[in-house]
Design a protein around this ligand. Sequence first.
Ligand SMILES: C[S@@+](CC[C@H](N)C(=O)[O-])C[C@H]1O[C@@H](n2cnc3c(N)ncnc32)[C@H](O)[C@@H]1O
Length: 230
Amino acid sequence: MGFYDDYNFDGFKFFSKLKTSPLNVPCPQFLSIIKQFKSSTPPPESLTVAEIGIGAGATALQVLKLLDEGDVYYVFSREGDIKNFVEDLQTHDLGIKCQVVPCGNSNCLFDSYNWKLSNMVFKMRERHEAGIFDVVYLDGAHTLVHDGLAVCLLKELIKDGGYLILDDIFWTLAGSKWGREFGAGKFTKEQMEDKQVLRAQEIFLTTDPNWERLSTPKDHRGVFRKRIKE
Ligand SMILES: C[S@@+](CC[C@H](N)C(=O)[O-])C[C@H]1O[C@@H](n2cnc3c(N)ncnc32)[C@H](O)[C@@H]1O
């Protein structure tokens, strides 16, 4: 029984993929951190969260339902997916109350969500802000070249006390059909077989004293909280 078996996505351009995609299960850690914020006393005035890599929308749909008016959901992914996702939200009443900020990037070989994240860092610095996001779920390309940089940028973009979740810590390019096709000729054998998200986590998060690790080394999602400065 799949998570979305009971949903009717007839007429949806983007979310209809949830019926056939293997990516049809929402990320429980992302949802539970948002719920935790919502149930804190006093509750936050608003929440700003981001998902990086939308897949078929399995997590996005549940996050959108949790967020309230005043909350902001940034979604980063390839522009074609983001376009269809936004169109679905505009043409169907899903009862969504929050503001959605679509952040699509092109299919150019070296383009990724990192470009828009880097623009956000510049804007944030101009405004002398100390962070934008309360929670970020990073579930994009799963390579060091993408997600090592993403983690560096997100470390600055996440507020003190905010959370970063890294998915697929143990995933390798060599271990998936898509990864083997995508990686062929672009990565060495060693890189194909390496757990590249784990590499980004171990280099940039696990050893950083400003970040508290909430997951265990065995968890396939890394969950980290930015320490609040005293
Ligand atoms: C594993 S899926 C995400 C699943 C989704 N987070 C969920 O919970 O259902 C990875 C996503 O990252 C996107 N992605 C991979 N490389 C990317 C890149 N260079 N730029 C933008 N998006 C990328 C893919 O298109 C895909 O939508």
